[in-house]
Design a binder for this molecule. Structure first.
Ligand code: FAD
Ligand code: NAI
Length: 476
């Protein structure tokens, strides 16, 4: 007999598992179906983010940074470390342990909140408004009836035509996080977020990293001043080789190495030989196995599940959230949509503010921003003023020994309302929260400038940049 629920969530990534928890908290009988298996073969809740995305990448970014500091940063602090060695197997083991802790944490949360979990692939199997039928296959074999279905099936890496991922030489994000040895020559196609984060990890561990980027501009989504500073630090100081305007002609995997042939506009034909190649050219929505066609679930031209501003699909009672729908492919965006949909199903008001979703790139130094860039505002004809403060002039950054980068505030020229905040520097991922809060509350740059910030702290750079909007920064 079919089990019956108020809400069935298909996909247990950050969008899906959070939606399930919130729905259960709101008193709805809730189930979550997820098909992921960890490297150990066991069910592994948390989706891309927990298994092969946010969490393992940050574990390796931290480990590789520690390695780099021990080798290059400690001497300046008067700490002598001799005989530094790399135990990559241990580094990967630690990363896997961090992932497993997060997988198990979600299992615990499901139990605590009484979310029923089914391991396997969930697909539509008939029904209609008020009573959708969902079949679980390939793990738990179950037939489920649901009043509401939340599709949270995420995304998959986009392959480069003619260069299929093989898990050995041509790698996607999962492969890039599990290299058993540091390649001597690492090629990366796509100098976006994954390329920069994973390129940094392997560069710090000793690889010679060459990135081939199709666009002529570096990090075009970031504020130009931030992108320029990042380019300087990544290429000159850290030795990442980044070739912009590269048009990939052919990728030929050999027995032990890969050849990438490419051309540069006005710069002729080139060939890159590398021992491993990461392809990070964006991600595509994942709807395989959902049986969307048969159910009549509408997808858009690019394969995303089509939704309205409130995540409703064309089918009554069927919702979709996270990477499988329009908008930025970020874990926190997926989570916010998950909560908002659970609230709407329970008859409350769900809300996601797309104008204040922060972006973070976890390179060293980190890059973070919220709101619009100065260039965007200018092109939209919005009169604005900006203020910038360098970490070089911040006491805490000097004490830390990390004075690279700056904070930049952009505010409306008439009202002083904050329209964007752009940071490159230490702990940018944490500092950006202040800007998100400020923008959510409609703050002016002067509001931040008038708030007392602890001394010495990196956050003082936020206050100083806000002061700089009115040309009255105190420490620079
Ligand atoms: P997913 O996390 O992809 O989860 C979908 C789940 O659904 C998966 O478990 C999948 O197996 C399951 N599934 C799919 N179809 C079915 C089906 N039919 N039946 C059952 N289960 C199914 N974002 C950030 O915000 N910060 C970061 O630092 C960050 N780092 C990243 C690093 C990397 C290397 C990558 C690849 C991504 C990173 N992201 C980061 C992006 C982030 O991982 C995604 O935005 C996020 O995981 C999307 O969540 P989701 O719930 O929509 O989908
Ligand atoms: P991306 O969109 O960030 O970058 C892809 C890059 O590849 C772009 O610069 C693009 O111009 C380039 N490109 C596309 N086709 C190309 C081609 N044929 N040849 C050469 N270059 C090409 O996508 P990425 O890095 O794959 O990451 C996917 C998504 O995952 C991100 O957009 C982001 O949403 C999410 N993510 C978020 C992270 C974070 O929040 N810190 C970390 C990693 C991923």
């Amino acid at each position: 007999m079919s089990k019956s629920f108020d809400v069935v969530v298909i996909g247990g990534g950050p969008g899906g598992y959070i939606a399930a928890i919130r729905a259960a908290q709101l008193g709805l009988a809730t189930a979550c179906i997820d098909e992921w298996r960890g490297a150990d073969g066991k069910p592994a809740l948390g989706g891309t983010c927990t298994n092969v995305g946010c969490i393992p990448s940050k574990a390796l970014l931290q480990s590789s940074e520690n390695f780099h500091h021990a080798a290059h940063g400690f001497a300046d602090h008067g700490i002598q470390v001799k005989g530094i060695g790399l135990d990559l197997a241990q580094m990967l083991k630690r990363k896997d342990r961090v992932v497993r802790q997060n997988n198990d944490g979600i299992v615990y949360l499901f139990k605590k909140n009484k979310v029923a979990f089914f391991h396997g692939r969930g697909g539509f199997a008939g029904g209609s408004a008020g009573a959708w039928q969902v079949k679980v296959a390939g793990g738990a074999e179950e037939a489920i009836t649901a009043r509401n279905v939340i599709v949270a099936t995420g995304s998959s890496p986009r392959p480069l035509p003619g260069a299929a991922f093989d898990g050995k030489l041509v790698l996607d994000n999962a492969g890039a996080l599990a290299l058993p040895e540091v390649p001597r020559r690492l090629g990366v196609i796509g100098a976006g977020v994954i390329g920069l984060e994973m390129g940094s990890v392997w560069r710090r561990l000793g690889a010679e990293v060459t990135m081939l980027e199709m666009l002529d501009a570096f990090l075009p989504a970031a504020d130009e001043a931030v992108a320029k500073e990042a380019w300087k630090i990544f290429t000159r100081e850290q030795g990442l080789k980044i070739q912009l305007g590269a048009n990939i002609a052919r990728v030929t995997p050999g027995k032990k190495a890969v050849a990438v042939e490419y051309s540069i506009k006005g710069g002729g034909e080139h060939k890159l030989e590398c021992d491993r190649l990461i392809v990070s050219i964006g991600r595509v929505p994942h709807t395989e196995g959902l049986n969307a066609d048969a159910a009549g679930l509408k997808l858009d031209a690019r394969g995303f599940v089509e939704v309205d501003a409130e995540c409703r699909t064309n089918l009554p009672g069927v919702w979709a959230i996270g990477d499988v729908v329009r908008g930025p492919m970020l874990a926190h965006k997926a989570e916010e949509e998950g909560v908002a949909v659970a609230e709407r199903v329970a008859g409350h008001h769900g809300h996601v503010d797309f104008n204040t979703i922060p972006w973070v790139i976890y390179t060293a130094p980190e890059i973070a921003w919220v709101g619009r860039t100065e260039q965007q505002l200018k092109s939209e004809g919005v009169p604005c003023r900006s203020g910038q403060f360098p970490f070089m002039a911040n006491g805490r950054a000097r004490a830390l020994g990390d004075t690279r980068g700056f904070v930049k505030f952009v505010a409306d020229a008439q009202t002083d309302r904050i329209l964007g905040v752009h940071i490159i520097g230490p702990m940018a991922s944490e500092l950006i929260s202040e800007a998100v809060v400020a923008m959510e509350f409609g703050a002016s740059a002067e509001d931040i400038a008038l708030i007392c910030h602890a001394h010495p702290s990196l956050a003082e750079a936020m206050k100083e940049a806000a002061l700089a909007v009115a040309g009255r920064s105190l420490n620079s």
